[in-house]
Design a protein around this ligand. Structure first.
Ligand SMILES: Nc1ncnc2c1ncn2[C@@H]1O[C@H](COP(=O)(O)OP(=O)(O)O)[C@@H](O)[C@H]1O
Ligand SMILES: [Mg+2]
Length: 540
């Protein structure tokens, strides 16, 4: 027994961490153990749990024949195998007589006393520490305890090294995944500066890995000037931990030669305490898809225009015919000059004007200027305006229901008021006076959208699939453009329109809009909009 057992344990503990490789450290620790306990030979077995076997990783004082014989041991076999299995030390004074002995080299080496203790840490056995003497010796209880304490230190080191290696291997695996990914993957700090970017981002933008991972480039610097204000608006929410999926924006190649559309999803990066340290972003190049979409929209518009020309000609002929007739009448010398004839001219001219406005609004929609909007305010304003302009007496009864916590939407308020106005106008026209109309605003908890639902008491829509088409009308004086304009505006905002019938009631028109931040590709506004709403208004 050494004079100072604590110092002995410490000397082993100190060895740990001084070595760059685990084998080197184990070798040093074993030498120390043999020195402290004054034994002739020793070895350290490490357990491979998956294989269920022990491997001799370092040894001292063993002949080649012995260490080759001892090299591999199934778990549970022999003395060390049992120690590793049970986690209990085994001490033997007459090794060659022990019936549990399976490796005969122990006899030929002339070993007498033997002690084996488990390498344990955190309730896990990592292997065994064995010592042998060639002369008769009884290991005292204190000596076994000392051996156990030193083995615990070694076990701790093995545990840490294994954890570190596992971590390294897992990092290598994930790094490979990220570095070979076609998708752009990057990380930012809590200020939105890029701290890591995978090669896909380099390839896309041509910056080179060092620039993008330097921590000097704010993510906003990569965003196209026209989208920067919109993304700058969203960034604080992203950095506050809001998960945002499929946000679309443009980025610009370093040499300015290419504008690339990206669709990006991001989640917050957090430290162990859950504090946000930045964000993790995955983005795809969707430029081709965007170009195709634009082409399709243009093609659709052209087709619409063709149909429109025919309808306009037809629509304009009736009021024009009426006006011409009245003027002919007025020109006759015998004409009574009834002032109501002039009223007819004014009325028909107004109708013409109305048709032209709707056609224009459909064919050349005004530039979209989206800003974050409160949906309740939007709906209530539209309802107020509609009530004021009501053509019927008594005016329609309109109920607005909207929860307080409905999220904001990013829309052009003028265009969106026109949408609601058109729906109210159809609902009022479909119902007996006074019309009873409900406007319900909801935000389904499982989807990132706001729904505006207009329900009336009329007969319902006859052909829900057709009513959104331009020029579909069942009204003698209709243009069939009201819902087509609604559809155009809502789709331009990344939303959808659905015409249905409410069971037991009339028509049920559903407008679905993405909540702020989820819609991509809108134009960015940096100045507030103060344009007069009349411009966007149908005047029929
Ligand atoms: N609330 C409604 N109830 C019943 N039918 C409707 C309603 N809204 C629209 N429709 C149907 O859809 C058609 C197209 O509507 P719209 O595009 O506004 O054109 P218009 O009102 O000029 O006919 C209407 O003619 C009507 O048949
Ligand atoms: Mg209409």
């Amino acid at each position: 027994m050494p004079a100072n057992p604590l110092a002995a344990i410490n000397s082993v503990a100190l060895a740990i961490g001084r070595f760059s490789s685990l084998d080197e450290m184990l070798d040093y620790a074993l030498r120390k153990v043999l020195e402290v306990l004054e034994t002739d030979a020793g070895g350290l077995y490490l357990l491979d749990e998956a294989e269920g076997s022990l491997t001799l990783v370092v040894h001292h004082g063993l002949s080649e024949r012995a260490w080759r014989d001892f090299d591999h041991l199934p778990l549970g076999e022999g003395l060390s195998g049992r120690v590793a299995e049970t986690g209990e030390p085994i001490v033997v004074s007459h090794l060659k007589d022990d019936p549990r002995l399976t490796r005969m080299a122990a006899r030929s080496e002339g070993f007498c006393a033997f002690a084996s203790v488990p390498l344990r840490s955190n309730f896990k056995t990592y292997g065994t520490l064995n010592v042998y003497t060639r002369h008769e010796r009884e290991f005292s209880e204190q000596e076994v305890q000392l051996l156990t304490s030193m083995a615990a230190q070694i076990g701790l080191a093995v545990g840490n090294a294994r954890l570190y290696l596992d971590l390294k291997a897992s990092e290598r695996r994930f790094r490979g995944l990220v570095e070979n990914a076609e998708d752009v993957i990057y990380l930012t700090d809590h200020n939105g500066r890029i701290v890591y970017a995978n090669p896909a981002l380099d390839r896309l933008l041509g910056y080179g890995p060092d620039v993008l991972s330097s921590g000097d480039v704010p993510v906003l610097a990569l965003v196209h000037a026209d989208d920067r204000a919109r993304i700058a608006d969203l960034l604080p929410r992203m950095l506050a931990g809001d998960v945002m999926r499929a946000i679309e924006f443009r980025v610009v190649h370093r040499d300015g030669s290419r504008v690339i559309w990206c669709s990006q999803t991001n989640v917050a990066l957090r430290d162990e305490a859950g504090v946000i340290t930045g964000m993790q972003c995955i983005a795809q190049d969707v430029t081709t898809r965007k170009a195709l979409e634009e082409q399709m929209v243009r093609a659709e518009r052209l087709a619409d225009l063709g149909r429109m020309a025919a309808t306009i000609a037809h629509e304009i002929r009736n009021p024009l015919g009426a006006i011409v007739n009245v003027i002919r009448l007025l020109k006759q010398p015998s004409s009574s000059r009834d002032p109501r004839l002039l009223d007819i001219v004014v009325e028909e001219a107004d109708r013409l004007d109305g048709i032209v406005s709707e056609v224009l609004s459909f064919a050349r929609p005004p530039r979209q200027l989206p800003v974050p909007c409160d949906v309740r305010e939007l709906v209530e304003n539209a309802v107020l305006l509609f009530r004021e302009g009501a053509k019927t007496v008594p005016g329609p009864v309109i109920r607005v229901r909207c929860p307080d916590d409905v999220p904001e939407v990013r829309v052009d308020p003028n265009q969106m008021r026109q949408v609601i106005w058109n729906l109210l106008s159809n609902a009022a026209e479909a119902s007996d006076s006074p019309a009873s109309i409900d406007v319900d605003v909801t935000s389904p908890p499982d989807r990132d959208v706001v729904e505006i639902v207009v329900t009336d008491d009329g007969p319902g829509v006859v052909d829900p699939a057709a009513v959104l088409e331009p020029f579909f009308t069942t009204k003698a004086q209709g243009t069939g453009l009201g819902l087509a304009i609604v559809n155009r505006i809502v789709r331009d905002h990344g939303g959808a329109v659905q015409a249905t019938n409410a069971p037991g009631r009339g028509a049920r028109m559903v407008i679905t809009l993405p909540i702020d931040g989820r819609a991509g590709g809108q134009r960015v506004v940096t100045t507030p909009v103060a344009a007069g709403m009349e411009d966007a208004w149908p005047r029929s």
